[in-house]
Design a protein. Sequence first.
Length: 614
Amino acid sequence: MKKGIFTLILIFGAFASCLSQNQAKADSLEKIYLKNSLKPSEKLEILKQIAEEQLEPEKKIAYANRLIKMSSEVDSASFLFSGHLQKANAFRLKGDFNEALKENFIAASIASKNELQNEKAIVNITIADVYSLMGSHKRAVNYYHEAIEELQTLNDSASLASAMLNLGDEYFQHQNLDSALYYFNKSGIIFRKLNYETGLGYNLGNMGLVYAAMGENKKAEDNMHRAVQILERNGDFYPVCVYLRYMADVYLEKGQDSLAMGFALQSLDLARSYGLKDEISESSLKVSQLYENSGDLPRAFQNYKEHIVYRDSVRNLAATQEMANLRADYEVAQKQIEVDLLNQQRRNQRLINILVIGIMTVVAFLAFMLHRRNRYIKKTSAIIEREKNRSERLLLNILPEETAMELKENGHVRAKKFEKVSVLFADFKDFSRYAEHMEPERLLQNLDYYFSEFDKIVDKYNLEKIKTLGDCYMIAGGLPFPDDDHPRKIVAASFEIMDFVNSTKRDQNLPDASLEVRIGIHTGPVVAGVVGHKKFAYDIWGDTVNIASRLQTASEAGKINVSENTCMMVKDFFECHYRGEIEVKNRGILKMYYLNRPSSEVHQKKTYHRAEQE
């Protein structure tokens, strides 16, 4: 299930004016707006309602932009907030999560600056939804709880119910079914009291999904039927696509394939009619699977191709990387502060020099001023030198030395292609579950303990640390300076990383350090460069990076999973255990190998044979 269809931002503001996203209502409001006989205040209110009620993403963006423009001209913070909020909702419906998050943060800034408490709570819900769609579960849950705490102090029951509904859905995504059912029940009680039909439709559909996951198909079917009826009656087709698809799952489990196909095709037709890319992708995949089950392979293949096309159009890898590196960007931003300080010191020095020249005619005062000037120069020079060294150390911590020098000399860094680079991904097994039961400070200390030791191992083998993504650690060998021996070095480093994690787990003095690591390595071409101008970071791109990530995902705890490319380059030093051809997400079939240390006798023979060849 895709999250984000359940964000009831339509209830923001005056509850009576926003009870459902009704397309017919949006169309009638458009006719009123186009008459051009409205006062500015009336136009703003009409634009706000159209943007809230409009279901087509492109039209929603167009009217939100008009609302933003008009509200800026009359300096109305409330309408300006609404414009950016609805624009964020439209981008979220289109699957453009990066733009959705940017618009939400703009809306949050407006609400905070103008002390709009209710609006601040509402935008926390939409921010949480985007984080959920991007896979950041912990941030999503935090924003939902923050919104719920704020709304409980305000007179806005509808928004409170929406926040609870979305939080329940987030728990459902991570199979925390008891918590999901708890928040769905709480939100359902509020929706019934408010007689809010659309919210109740969402609530019933979500309850059906939980019951389906619990194996209670009768309850699941009853709840989904009622949800679809309510939402179709209100013209809210986005969630209907999801619920119809889940109805197909329920009937498929019962062995009623023809009924399942009917629901899946209804979902796909609705998604196509309203240009809902994400749902076209998911429904096409479901129809493809059903055709495959029935033996109709040509239709199954055609629908699978449509799934791939729309899935790739929604995915935005660059946005994910940008969100994963927000903390690193913040640290880099501090360098700009240091540069500004140096510039200010230089300006101060010029003023001092002018002052010294101006008083040189006063002979009696000259010696005293020269003495002070010399002392000040020494002090200032020491500060400048200290700050310069500090900024250069920071730069070298962020970028490879060659790249840092190029940035200092030219002000920019050219992207470079490397034909053979080994990329390693390592992450900890069940880290999310591990993190949920630990205080943030302790969790950060544990991660720092592991990653600091990983950094030492990387330096030992002259490898390049690229970045960390939560509990995932990424390094590369063979750049920025080409090195033919980098596959062996990165494998040797991976064994030391594994040894360190295993020894830490056995250390009775470290009760919290009980994690297990899994590793994936692939060797191939990449493109490397620096992203950004002020907030910059060294990064690599290419199919090699994606394959290495998939190898890590396909690995097991305590195992080093490598591709055939890497295996061929290190087989003289390490034993490669062939796993077979394994299908991985978005990559098809890949040959994979587990690495083992060779026995000392075998290792000596291989080393001797290699020396004879050289």
